[in-house]
Design a binder for this molecule. Structure first.
Ligand code: ZN
Length: 80
């Protein structure tokens, strides 16, 4: 995004960041950037058993950027 959003409550310039995803199952304690995905979350199964994860289509997922107000802490998320 080209302009930095202002907090709708405080009119303060918001600070850009992201929400780390402390992913399980990647082995080495990887930290990923949270993604937005269209549709309802659907459980992924393997041999008929739930895996504790959800199905995703990698080409549909978009990284989420989170802007935070330094005064009130409000978060606004953008997936662009
Ligand atoms: Zn604010």
């Amino acid at each position: 995004m080209t302009t930095t959003p202002e907090c709708p409550q405080c009119q303060q310039t918001m600070h850009e960041g992201f929400i780390p995803d402390f992913s399980y199952g990647t082995g080495t304690g990887s930290v990923l950037q949270t993604l937005w995905h269209p549709g309802k979350a659907e459980d992924r199964t393997f041999l008929g058993f739930g895996t504790g994860t959800v199905k995703i289509e990698k080409t549909e997922a978009i990284k989420v950027t989170a802007f935070r107000c330094p005064d009130c802490g409000l978060l606004q998320n953008y997936a662009l």
